[in-house]
Design a protein around this ligand. Structure first.
Ligand code: NOJ
Ligand code: CA
Length: 535
C-alpha cells in the first residue's frame, strides 16, 4: 500500500467516552476505562480511535459545551491519564483522534464570562453580540438547532448573543483574528501531546452571514420535523468564508507529521466537496454521512456511491460512516440480517470507514423511558423522537449486572438484549456479528485491494449491490443481497468468480464460484475474481 497514509488505509472507531467503560463505578465511562479496553480494540483490528469530547464541561450537551479546551473533565480523568492512554494506544499501533469543538464554547468558559461581563471588554468580540432588531426582539429569525431562537437576550449588557445549538453553547466569532489564534493554540496543545488528529465538530456552522440576513422558509418543512427545519440555513451555515478558516486549521496540522483532519458537516455532496479545500488544502476527510440517510435498498445505495465517487475532487480521499452518537443505530435502521450486509458494505467501499462503538456487536437503540432522558435536545423538543440517548447507551461487555461497563448504576440503561448482545458471548461465537466485523477488518488489512484499491461498480439488478475492488492486479468482488430472498448474480462475461474469501454468515470460505454467485437471503460475499479464459 505504497504511498497511502494511515488514515487512508485505516479504520476509525468512534468512542463515546461516557459510555465505553467506567473504571470507578460512578456509572460514567472514563479514560482509564478506555485504556483498559485497548486490548479489545487491537484484537478487533481497528487502526484509530476517535474519542468524543473529554474536556472540562458543564455537560449541557455532554461535552460539546467545552469550558476549557486544554484540560480533561474530572469525570473522565486527568491529563496524566490522557497521556498514558495515548502512550499505550501508540504502543499497540492505535492512533488517537480527539474531538475539536471550534464553533462554540460553554457559557461557563472564561472567555464567554469575560465577553458577557461588559460591552467594552477585550473579549466582547470573541462571541457574536447584537442589538435587538429595530422593532425589538432578536436581530434575525435564525433558529437554534436544538429548538427556539438562536439569539439569547443578556439583560446585563442589553444585547443578544448567538448560539447555533443550546443557549449554554454560545458561538465563537471566527471572523475575529484573536479567536482563530487562540483556537489554533488549542490544536497545537494536543498535537504536541501526540494526538494523531481531530474530528472537527459542526464545521459548516463556523462562519455566519456578515450582513445578518434572515434565513428563508424551508418549502419542504412538514409538521413533525424538528422546529429549526422550518428555515433553510442559508445564512447561518456553509458560508464561503468558512473554507479560509478550515485551511487555517489545516496549516496548523501540516506543521506536524502525518496527522489527520476530519470535518463534521451534514451537507449534500456538491457542498460537501468544497471542504476538501482548494487544492486539497482543507479537511483530509469531510465526513460522508449519506449512507445514514439513504433508503436501505440496492438502487438507492448504488446511487449514493455513484454520486459520491463522481463528485470527489481529483486526489480527494473518500470516507464512509454508518452511524454515530447523533443518529439511530444501523441495527435499528435495517434489522439484524441486513446489519451484517451493512458491515460488509462499510468495510469494502473505497474510502476510510468510521465505525461507531457497539455497532460491531449489533447493539440497537435502547428504549429510554421519559424519566431516563438525558439529552437536552429531547428535553427541549420533546415528542418528535429527536433524542440521542438511545444510541448512546453503555457498551455491553458481558451479560452481568452493569454489562461489564460499570460496577455502579449506568448513566443510561443497558439494552434489553444484554444477554446475547455483548462482547464476551460474541467473542466466543465464531458466527457472531462481532466475529464478522473482526474477519472483515482482518481481510481489509490483508488485502490492499479493499483498503486502497480502485472501485468499479457491476450491474447487478434491483436487489443486489456488486462491485470490484482492484489493486496491483488483484481483484476482489463484493456482492451484497439487500433483500430477504435468495438472489443470483450473473458475472459479466469478462470475469469469472474464484475462491470465496468471506461471507456474512462466516460459513462459505473457500467455496469456488464460477460465472454466477448465488446469494442467500440477506447475504453478502467477498470473492477473488479473475479474467475469464480468452477474455
Ligand atoms: C455535533 C455533535 O456531534 C453533536 O453531538 C452536538 O450536539 C453538536 N454538534 C453541537 O456541538
Ligand atoms: Ca467513571
Amino acid at each position: 500500500m505504497h504511498g497511502s497514509r494511515w488514515w487512508q488505509r485505516g479504520v476509525i472507531y468512534q468512542i463515546y467516552p461516557r459510555s465505553f467503560m467506567d473504571s470507578n463505578g460512578d456509572g460514567i465511562g472514563d479514560l482509564r476505562g478506555i485504556r483498559s479496553r485497548l486490548e479489545y480494540l487491537s484484537w478487533l483490528g481497528v487502526d484509530a480511535i476517535w474519542i468524543s469530547p473529554i474536556y472540562p464541561s458543564p455537560m449541557a450537551d455532554f461535552g460539546y459545551d467545552v469550558s476549557d479546551y486544554c484540560g480533561i473533565d474530572p469525570r473522565f480523568g486527568a491529563l496524566d491519564e490522557f497521556d498514558a492512554l495515548v502512550h499505550d494506544a501508540h504502543r499497540m499501533g492505535l492512533r488517537v483522534i480527539l474531538d475539536y469543538v471550534p464553533n462554540h464554547t460553554s457559557d461557563r468558559h472564561p472567555w464567554f464570562l469575560e465577553s458577557r461581563a461588559s460591552r467594552e471588554g477585550e473579549k466582547r468580540d470573541w462571541y457574536i453580540w447584537r442589538d435587538p432588531a429595530p422593532g425589538g426582539g432578536p436581530p434575525t429569525n435564525w433558529l437554534s438547532e436544538f429548538g427556539g431562537s438562536a439569539w439569547e437576550w443578556d439583560d446585563a449588557t442589553g444585547q443578544y448573543y448567538y448560539h447555533a445549538y443550546l443557549k449554554e453553547q454560545p458561538d465563537l466569532n471566527w471572523r475575529y483574528p484573536a479567536v482563530r489564534d487562540a483556537m489554533h493554540e488549542v490544536l497545537r496543545f494536543w498535537l504536541d501531546r501526540g494526538v494523531d488528529g481531530f474530528r472537527v465538530d459542526t464545521i459548516h456552522h463556523l462562519i455566519k452571514d456578515s450582513e445578518l440576513r434572515d434565513n428563508p422558509p424551508n418549502p419542504s418543512y412538514r409538521p413533525g420535523m424538528p422546529p429549526h427545519r422550518q428555515l433553510l440555513r442559508q445564512y447561518t451555515t456553509d458560508r464561503p468564508e468558512v473554507h479560509e478558516a478550515v485551511a487555517g486549521m489545516r496549516r496548523v496540522l501540516d506543521g506536524y507529521d502525518d496527522r489527520v483532519l476530519i470535518g463534521e458537516a451534514y451537507l449534500p455532496f456538491d457542498r460537501l466537496m468544497a471542504y476538501y479545500g482548494q487544492d486539497l488544502s482543507g479537511m483530509h476527510l469531510p465526513f460522508n454521512f449519506h449512507l445514514i440517510g439513504a433508503p436501505w435498498n440496492a438502487p438507492a445505495i448504488a446511487e449514493v456511491v455513484r454520486e459520491y465517487e463522481a463528485a470527489l475532487p481529483p486526489g480527494a480521499w473518500p470516507n464512509w460512516v454508518l452511524g454515530n452518537h447523533d443518529k439511530p443505530r444501523i441495527m435499528s435502521r435495517v434489522g439484524p440480517a441486513q446489519a451484517r450486509v451493512a458491515a460488509m458494505l462499510l468495510l469494502t467501499l473505497r474510502g476510510t470507514p468510521t465505525l461507531y462503538y457497539g455497532d460491531e456487536i449489533g447493539m440497537s437503540d435502547v428504549p429510554i423511558a421519559p424519566e431516563q432522558v438525558q439529552d437536552t435536545f429531547e428535553k427541549n423538543v420533546p415528542g418528535l423522537g429527536v433524542g440521542r440517548d438511545p444510541e448512546r447507551t453503555p457498551m455491553q461487555w458481558d451479560g452481568g449486572a452493569g454489562g461489564g461497563f460499570t460496577t455502579g448504576a449506568p448513566w443510561l440503561p443497558l439494552g434489553p438484549d444484554l444477554a446475547r448482545t455483548n462482547v464476551e458471548v460474541q467473542r466466543a461465537d465464531p458466527g457472531s456479528i462481532l466475529s464478522l466485523y473482526r474477519a472483515l477488518l482482518a481481510l481489509r488489512r490483508a488485502e490492499p485491494a479493499l483498503a486502497v484499491g480502485r472501485y468499479a461498480p457491476l450491474a447487478a439488478g434491483p436487489d443486489l449491490l456488486a462491485y470490484v475492488r482492484e489493486h496491483g492486479g488483484r481483484r476482489l468482488l463484493v456482492a451484497l443481497n439487500l433483500t430477504s430472498r435468495p438472489r443470483r448474480l450473473e458475472l459479466p462475461s469478462g470475469i469469472l468468480g474464484g475462491r470465496l474469501l468471506l461471507a456474512t454468515g462466516l460459513d462459505r470460505e473457500g467455496e469456488l464460484l464460477g460465472g454466477v454467485v448465488d446469494l442467500r437471503a440477506d447475504e453478502g460475499v467477498i470473492a477473488e475474481v479473475a479474467p475469464a479464459q480468452g477474455a
